[in-house]
Design a binder for this molecule. Structure first.
Ligand code: SF4
Length: 325
């Protein structure tokens, strides 16, 4: 069963370059498709600027998509307006990277969590207060924390507050956009465990967006790897981490410190930086950095194809490239 189906989603931004010069287009997301399943987590991973956050924001209509569909049941979120859109948005909530800048500094914790309930007209002031206390406890805080302001919390507590606010309207989908990236490792683990516990109890689907492959590995059932706005690999988490098919995924994985000191992984060092999404390289967008590139790679763009059962990759030589050990 699917709670959200994203189909061929594309997001473009126009950039003006001076008064008389023709504008250029940033192709931030191109032809991205995936499904979210209740009670499971889809990890979306890639370097900064690969389009992963833009994909999440476009899926909940916080930015406009250029093409595609985002189906919630039989309704396309990209076509909704007014009250229908507001209602739909309550089903999809987001937790941002920086809880400090995403929490209103003038509201108490209780006011922050109650705000979405007030906007949606859920319950009475009394039942909302009870719900706020319940949410504070569910995220590991106490009702007494409700009277404090954001600056009086630690970074980890602020992120718990952001999670409580996101869960207040009882969403069916939670988007976590680099939600633990600003936290130190010990607090990251606590927040990840909290998210897993809340998901097990509430059954929401999670889209977990991160540049950190080791965090994505920890939380995801399925993983999508993006590069310059496109999906380059997709598989269930175990398959992807055991036997990656795309050289870019292999390179990302080789940068994770190995816990098995007898078999440290060989680092694949990529040449250069990610190209600009304004000027995407011809053919395979990864060809200027790929250690396995051949002449064909700069001319023909590889499509995302199923290489093995449920395992997709966009590489002309997927399945024929040996991952260095
Ligand atoms: Fe590398 Fe060529 Fe595969 Fe692209 S298509 S990932 S350049 S081998």
């Amino acid at each position: 069963m699917t709670v959200l189906s994203v189909r061929n989603l594309s997001v473009e931004f126009g950039i003006r370059r001076g008064l008389f010069r023709k504008g250029r287009v940033v192709r931030a997301v191109q032809d991205v498709s995936f499904d979210l399943i209740p009670g499971t987590t889809l990890g979306l991973v890639g370097e900064s600027g690969c389009g992963k956050s833009t994909t999440g924001l476009a899926a909940m209509r916080l930015i406009d998509a250029h093409a595609g569909k985002v189906l919630f049941g039989d309704r396309d979120i990209l076509k909704l307006q007014g009250a229908d859109l507001r209602q739909m948005r309550s089903k999809i909530q987001i937790v941002f990277q920086d809880p400090f800048s995403s929490l209103n500094p003038r509201l108490t914790a209780a006011g922050i969590i109650a705000e979405p309930l007030e906007i949606l007209g859920v319950g009475t002031p009394g039942t909302r207060r009870a719900r706020v206390d319940e949410l504070l406890m569910q995220v590991g805080l106490s009702p007494e924390h409700g009277g404090l302001f954001p600056h009086q919390f630690s970074g980890g507590q602020r992120q718990r507050l952001g999670i409580a606010r996101a869960l207040a309207p009882d969403p069916e989908i939670l988007i976590c956009d680099e939600a633990v990236s600003a936290l130190d490792v010990a607090i990251q683990a606590q927040v990840l465990n909290l998210l897993a516990r809340l998901q097990a109890n509430r059954g929401f689907a999670m889209l977990f967006i991160s540049h950190d492959l080791s965090v994505v590995r920890h939380v995801s059932d399925e993983v999508i790897v993006m590069y310059l706005g496109r999906i380059v690999e997709r598989a269930n988490a175990k398959t992807l981490f055991d036997a990656p098919l795309h050289p870019y995924t292999m390179a990302l994985m080789s940068a994770i410190p190995s816990r098995d000191l007898d078999r440290p992984s060989t680092r694949i060092r990529l040449q250069g930086d990610v190209a600009s999404p304004i000027n995407v390289p011809s053919g395979c967008a990864f060809h200027n950095r790929c250690p396995f590139a051949q002449a064909r790679c700069s001319k023909e763009r590889p499509e995302l194809e199923q290489i093995r059962d449920g395992h997709y990759a966009a590489c002309h030589f997927a399945g024929r490239i040996e991952r260095p050990l």
